[in-house]
Design a protein around this ligand. Structure first.
Ligand code: SF4
Length: 367
């Protein structure tokens, strides 16, 4: 029964500002409700294309960025031994004078002695610019250790990336494997994408020791033992190689599968990519009427080999990198029977998942 005295429409604010959340990298659109000049409440902006009104718990907790009692409001100067947790508040003038003295000494001596690292904030362009003006080459930020390397991998493999989340094709994907997705990365745009997949009946498999976060809506949860993900991936590769379910055209086009690797035990360049005099990576290519010849690996008119030993111009032997991968992962140590106990995933499940990946990729081609 409705409560007569309950008025759900009482305005919580006298002003609403629109901006973007930065409690994670998704940058959802948010509305910040202000009353008497103070933030009262944050909700999702229904008009923002990234999240269309959805907000997560982290986003609405953004209010604490401003009002947490733990928030630093003044610089702190350490007064005791490092680690003792003894500090005193100082004024900005004193803090800036101290920093200018410490940094000035380093800059006069050798600016590269400053290693400058910043967290994940929205001002990395500015902090990098500051480091460059200071003169140090030793600067980095959170992203280089976290999301940017994954984003780069996404761009190089499937052609794009939405921060560290990759860029699944939400419209056409038929099978999504969520592998070790961090529990705190409950990105709103990903939730919208997963909703599309669920609505279309795509299969979602979560490989994760715990079933929380996105894994909660997965069709299948594979509770892998912590720390054994690489082994399971190795077993999938083993199965795909063993059953000859490999897209070699893709590998040649987008990876260095055909690049020749020098095999010269004991030499300094053993295991490195073979290159011509100009530094271009080489491959072994089949040419009609000439047989197998050495060619530049990035040329467009080549028919490169991905297995088979060949001889370089200096007489040494080399093999395509794909061959090394195949030799390694076809070994018994990556057979499902070998990894099952350590991964905590039974042999039949490993085989079936590898089969499902291959069936989706090869038998249900998407144009
Ligand atoms: S997913 Fe949550 S924390 Fe991340 S930007 Fe959106 S509302 Fe903020």
């Amino acid at each position: 029964m409705p409560h007569a005295a309950l008025d759900l429409n009482t305005p919580t604010a006298d002003e609403v500002k629109t901006t973007t959340c930065y409690m994670c990298a998704c940058r959802c659109g948010i509305r910040v409700h202000l009353k008497d000049g103070r933030v009262r409440y944050i909700d999702g902006n229904p008009k923002h294309p990234v999240n269309r009104g959805v907000i997560c718990a982290k986003g609405s907790a953004g209010i604490k960025q401003h009002y947490s009692p733990a928030r630093l409001s003044k610089p702190l100067l350490r007064t005791g031994e490092r680690g003792a947790g003894e500090f005193r508040e100082i004024e900005w003038d004193e803090a800036l004078a101290l920093a200018a003295q410490w940094l000035g000494d380093i800059r006069r001596r050798n600016p590269d002695e400053l290693a400058f690292f910043t967290g994940r904030d929205q001002s990395q362009a500015l902090t990098a610019w500051w480091a460059q003006q200071f003169g140090t080459i030793n600067y980095a930020a959170h992203g280089g250790f976290c999301s940017v390397n994954m984003a780069a991998a996404g761009m190089y493999t499937f052609g794009g990336s939405f921060w560290e989340f990759g860029e699944p094709d939400w419209e056409l994907t038929k099978y999504l494997m969520l592998w070790g997705v961090a529990e705190d990365h409950d990105s709103n745009p990903i939730k919208l994408g997963l909703g599309k997949l669920k609505a279309r009946g795509a299969k979602i498999v979560a490989i994760n020791p715990v079933r929380t976060g996105y894994g909660a809506i997965a069709d299948e949860w594979v509770p892998i033992n912590p720390g054994s993900d690489g082994l399971l991936a190795g077993a999938f590769i083993h199965e795909l190689l063993r059953s000859d379910r490999i897209d070699l055209d893709y590998l040649v086009r987008y990876t260095n599968a055909h690049h020749l690797v020098i095999r010269d035990a004991g030499a300094a360049d053993d295991g490195l990519i073979a290159r011509d005099a100009e530094g271009h990576a080489l491959c072994a290519s089949r040419v009609e009427g000439e047989g197998i010849v050495l060619a530049r690996a990035n040329a467009i008119d080549i028919s490169p080999l991905v297995v088979g030993e060949c001889t370089l111009a200096d007489g040494r032997k080399a093999v395509p990198s794909f061959q090394l991968l195949a030799e390694r992962f076809l070994a018994d140590e990556y057979a499902p029977e070998s990894v099952s106990a350590r991964c905590g995933v039974d042999v039949a499940t490993i085989r079936r998942l590898a089969r499902e990946l291959a069936e989706t990729a090869f038998d249900q081609a998407i144009s």
